[in-house]
Design a protein around this ligand. Structure first.
Ligand code: RP5
Length: 297
């Protein structure tokens, strides 16, 4: 075989591997907020295309979901007739990843096995849709951008919240409400989690409100798809649309004093580099923003 064909094949295999990176955060030993142990599987056993003949994970359906108006009924409920892979009334059961399979009446996680069946603590069977606002500004010293000594590139900051539930730092995202547009969710979640109780005068609040509404008109979609979220199961999983809202001169949302609210315990403008350790697959979304804005990583 000619040498260039060998190189092409190696390159092709590598790019396939990158695309098929397996989920890991939803394969931890214990399912979040429970004492249910996930069945431990190897990376090479994750995809459904690989036969694992004795795969029989435990089932977990949190009792906290019973009679919650935003949650689906139990899957065996005779009155529950979901329209999989479709817009089901106000509920979006379509996946950003394409058509997911239904096996024995249950939707199958498109990214493969997680070592647990049921829907855990997720409200919906199948995809659970969220939206993530990545609000960024440049790190400044006086009126100069701070440049990294290692990469010679400007350092970017994003609005990070510390989640109440697991204490991990994250993008201030949240679930898309039934019938809500994703573009509305990103703004609502940011307001609830990052702009709670701004202590300003009535006049200032009115001016800020106008500025915030305009600022959120200019989002760029950075990612649409599956989230490697610790709550995922074989039959229920998180998906998101992540938007970047960038404040180039720091005179818009970048100038506001952030205050944690709702699901957030702490909040900060966090410096971005390759060591950031965030909830679920949020670091991957941040990396996409870094590439977009050509900043330090
Ligand atoms: C993640 O969970 C999404 O990326 C989003 O940030 C978040 C939504 O869930 P809650 O914060 O509402 O629990 O998968």
């Amino acid at each position: 075989m000619k040498w260039y064909i060998i190189f092409m094949l190696i390159g092709f295999k590598e790019s396939m591997l990158l695309k098929r990176m397996v989920h890991t955060k939803c394969r931890g030993v214990l399912y979040p907020f429970s004492d249910v142990k996930r069945l431990q599987i190897k990376d090479e056993q994750v995809h459904w295309s690989v036969c694992v003949s004795d795969y029989d994970p435990p089932e977990y359906n949190s009792k906290a979901l019973v009679n919650k108006p935003w949650a689906d009924p139990p899957i065996e409920d005779k009155s529950f007739k979901p329209k999989w892979n479709e817009l089901d009334g106000d509920i979006n059961r379509k996946s950003h990843t394409g058509t997911y399979r239904i096996v024995n009446g249950r939707p199958l996680n498109p990214e493969g096995r997680t070592g647990i069946k049921g829907r855990g603590i997720l409200g919906k069977w199948g995809p659970n849709h969220a939206a993530d606002p990545i609000v960024t500004r440049w790190k400044m010293e006086g009126n100069k951008k701070v440049i990294s000594n290692t990469t010679n590139l400007p350092i970017l900051q994003f609005c990070a919240i510390q989640r109440h539930d697991c204490k991990q730092w994250a993008i201030p995202g949240g679930m898309v409400d039934a019938g809500e547009k994703v573009s509305e969710t990103v703004q609502r979640e940011f307001r609830e989690e990052a702009l709670n109780n701004l202590q300003v005068s009535k006049e200032q609040a009115e001016a800020d409100e106008k500025m915030i509404r305009n600022f959120f008109k200019n989002g760029v979609v950075i990612y649409e798809g599956y989230v490697d979220d610790p709550r995922n199961t074989d039959n229920a999983w998180m998906e998101t649309v992540a938007y970047n809202f960038h404040d180039e001169d720091g005179s818009h949302v970048g100038k506001l004093n952030l205050t944690a609210g709702d699901d957030a315990q702490n909040i900060q403008w966090m410096d971005i580099d390759q060591n950031i350790d965030l909830y679920a697959s949020h670091s991957n979304f941040i990396k996409a923003v870094v590439e977009r804005l050509k900043s330090h990583w």
